[in-house]
Design a protein around this ligand. Structure first.
Ligand code: DC
Length: 268
């Protein structure tokens, strides 16, 4: 019998459907879903509030030393606490989205985040989603997926999200949610995420690449779940690989039982 619990890595560009897939997959297999992008977003929100230029590496590092980020996986998604305050909704703002991509190019910020993410996933039983999970955070993850889709499909999905009834309700009138703006933002972010010097977005050599351009969510999930089941059988992980001792993602439990990232950059 294996002691090991499963780590599933899901990487890919913005708008490929990673978060939705990760959430469903975690619920299906009783794993915890950890959305690492939310951590970069929370820190980006703090830099905007502190009026620190996302290009100012020294300023960002100093700010990071005074920052605590907690990622709390719940059945409906990750709740994010920034210095104790719930910022889950605020971090979806387009300005924060762009700033997250900008702060994430800095090696010192990435090193901080990667340490925290490794700590959160240390005991396994997780689906971890981001840009560098299979390449850097958990290069030994049991199963790696790289979820991709054409830029057109991704920007269409993002536009539909951004212009849906809930999004519009929460969007200031001054904010531009035209399809062109969404496409432009996505392209900018793609360029930055793929071309940064430190751990650029790319599939791990052993990742299963799933292109969702012409697939529905159900089709993507069917494919991914089948691969997970196959791998579990191949690696003889069976139920042992799953989070049998962990609270299932579908259960609400006391926050202390869940792995959390208390993200503080420790001096020295
Ligand atoms: O997944 P997301 O859109 O919430 O991520 C926001 C930004 O954070 C993304 O543009 C790049 C950065 N990011 C990263 O560099 N590495 C990760 N593992 C997750 C996100």
């Amino acid at each position: 019998m294996s002691e090991r619990r499963l780590i599933i890595a899901i990487d890919g560009p913005a708008g490929a459907g990673k978060s939705t897939v990760a959430r469903h997959l975690a619920a299906h297999f009783g794993l915890l879903n950890l959305e690492t992008g939310a951590m970069y977003r929370a820190f980006a929100l703090k830099t905007l509030r502190a009026k620190i230029d996302p290009g100012d590496a020294g300023g960002l590092e100093k700010l990071a030393r005074e920052t605590a980020i907690i990622l709390d996986p719940t059945p409906s998604g990750n709740r994010v606490l920034l210095d104790g305050a719930d910022v889950t909704d605020l971090i979806r703002d387009p300005e924060v989205t762009q700033a997250a991509s900008r702060v994430s190019v800095h090696p010192v910020i990435r090193a901080w985040m990667v340490d925290l993410q490794r700590e959160m996933g240390r005991t396994g039983g997780v689906v971890m989603e981001g840009r560098d999970i299979g390449t850097v955070v958990f290069p030994d993850a049991d199963i790696k997926f790289f979820l991709d889709a054409s830029p057109e499909a991704r920007s269409q999905r993002r536009y539909e999200q951004a212009s849906g009834p809930v999004a519009v309700e929460n969007t200031p009138e001054s904010q531009d949610v035209s399809q062109e703006a969404v496409t432009r933002d996505l392209r900018e972010r793609d360029d930055r995420d793929r071309n940064r010097a430190q751990s650029p977005l790319r599939p791990a050599p052993d990742a299963v690449i799933v292109d969702s351009t012409f697939l529905t969510l159900d089709q993507v999930l069917e494919r991914i779940e089948a691969i997970v089941r196959e791998r579990l059988a191949e690696q003889n992980l069976g139920d042992e690989g799953l989070a049998s001792e962990r609270p299932a993602a579908t259960e609400r439990t006391d926050a202390t039982e869940r792995p959390q990232a208390t993200a503080r950059l420790v001096q020295g």
